[in-house]
Design a protein around this ligand. Structure first.
Ligand code: SF4
Ligand code: SF4
Length: 321
């Protein structure tokens, strides 16, 4: 047990690199592959942006990326392919992904997963159990469709649950439902980020968000490999700590998000109307946890000496309204 605690993994080495040298400028990019989608979800930030109708053709995108590579504008480490629905333009991702060391494709699960085994992770978005998911996604039968997509996928996938005010009751239920699926390698969560022009019905109170951090921390302690969010990242998402991260967002400062016409967005993939103060996207919290030196030192010492992050309040069972 003691031995395992001090074992150094590849991920630890990467963390060491980020600690020493910081997060490489544009080491993380996101590309909106298309401005089209087969769905219209209640929480969609994408269609709230002032996105141009025009989208670059696949070969125009490829040329643009090649030009960036020639000029060394970005280091081509990690690219997240989003949208719209990115699998509507497989041709672009098929070519573009080969330029990056790592790729993540975030899809709504309506379309078959391509057989791309190297350097790609597929994230399938869900918004609660079957009833809540189909309600938030405005599409009856989608949850069952996703199950079929995942079962038939040629590669194991990650299921990504965006928690909001309508679906937070089903966090544990969903987690356990997918935990035993042979084609789901792990599970992750985001909190819904309020968007200026969308109704606030989906936004959660701070109290609720903190209680969810407690619930997710317990799942992490029980299923450390299957839940793919570190405890220190969850801690940063608490109401009394999150502003430290979002007031100077590492994503906005060090990463880049491109819209479908190839233009850099002002701050991040969520667009200008995202409420940074209530940001629930896990990415800036991850980036902070890997690069903010006092936080890294504190978390490392805490891990080595196995100290809990904080005394947890007794959990109340979530109840469906
Ligand atoms: S699947 Fe994604 S892009 Fe499409 S409507 Fe839903 S949130 Fe928006
Ligand atoms: S919405 Fe979140 S990820 Fe985007 S710039 Fe604001 S804090 Fe950063």
């Amino acid at each position: 047990m003691q031995k395992k605690r001090f074992k150094i993994s590849k991920y630890d080495l990467l963390k060491g690199y980020f600690f020493l040298f910081g997060f490489p400028k544009d080491g993380f990019v996101s590309i909106d592959v298309t401005n089209k989608c087969n769905l219209r979800c209640k929480h969609c930030y994408f269609f709230e942006q002032d996105v141009e109708e025009h989208e670059l053709k696949a070969d125009e995108w490829y040329e643009k990326l090649l030009e960036m590579k020639r000029k060394k504008t970005i280091p081509f480490l990690q690219c997240t392919w989003v949208g719209g629905e990115p699998l509507l333009r497989k041709d672009l991702i098929e070519k573009g992904r080969k330029l990056f060391k790592y790729n993540t494709i975030v899809t709504n699960g309506s379309f078959p997963i391509p057989d791309w085994k190297d350097n790609v992770n597929f994230y399938i978005s869900i918004d609660g159990d079957e009833e809540r998911h189909d309600l938030v996604r405005n599409k009856q039968g989608l949850y069952q469709k996703i199950k079929k997509t995942i079962t038939e996928s040629p590669v194991p996938v990650t299921v990504a649950f965006c928690i909001n005010n309508l679906n937070h009751h089903s966090v544990e239920k969903c987690f356990h439902e997918w935990r035993n699926h042979p084609n789901v390698k792990n599970f992750c969560f985001d909190f819904y980020t309020p968007i200026e022009t969308l109704s606030d019905d989906l936004a959660m109170s701070w109290e609720l968000r903190d209680s969810l951090v407690d619930r997710l921390s317990r799942l992490k302690e029980q299923y450390p490999d299957f839940l793919a969010i570190d405890l220190e990242v969850l801690e940063l998402m608490r109401s009394d700590r999150c502003r430290k991260v979002t007031d100077d967002c590492v994503f906005a400062r060090q990463a880049s998000a491109f819209d479908p016409s190839g233009i850099r967005k002002a701050k991040c993939m969520l667009g200008d109307k995202a409420d940074c103060d209530r940001c629930g996207c896990v990415v800036p919290f991850y980036m902070y946890s890997l690069t903010h030196k006092p936080t890294v030192i504190k978390n490392t010492l805490r891990k080595w000496f196995v100290k809990p992050f904080r005394k947890k309040a007794p959990l109340k069972e979530p109840v469906y309204p």
